[in-house]
Design a protein. Structure first.
Length: 80
């Protein structure tokens, strides 16, 4: 997982240092980003967002059935 995060971040940094946008990846980089996008991790979701935003990919939204894995906090009740 950490390796995928490092790879995704490395691609973003390389593009920035080269004064290139994420829509200007080198020919082999989209394949690398696609492979990372298959993972259900933070890096995978970052890769999916790059591919969706700049390359027209469409990814399904998957909701996890285990509610304990969601970082949702209860909303405080407002006083009347």
């Amino acid at each position: 997982m950490n390796n995928n995060f490092n790879s995704t971040l490395s691609i973003c940094i390389t593009q920035k240092q080269s004064n290139l946008g994420l829509d200007q990846l080198s020919p082999n980089q989209p394949n690398q980003v696609e492979a990372i996008a298959q993972n259900r991790s933070y890096a995978g979701f970052m890769a999916q967002s790059i591919l969706s935003q700049y390359y027209g990919y469409d990814f399904s939204i998957v909701l996890e059935p285990n509610a304990s894995s969601l970082p949702i906090q209860p909303i405080a009740k407002f006083a009347d």
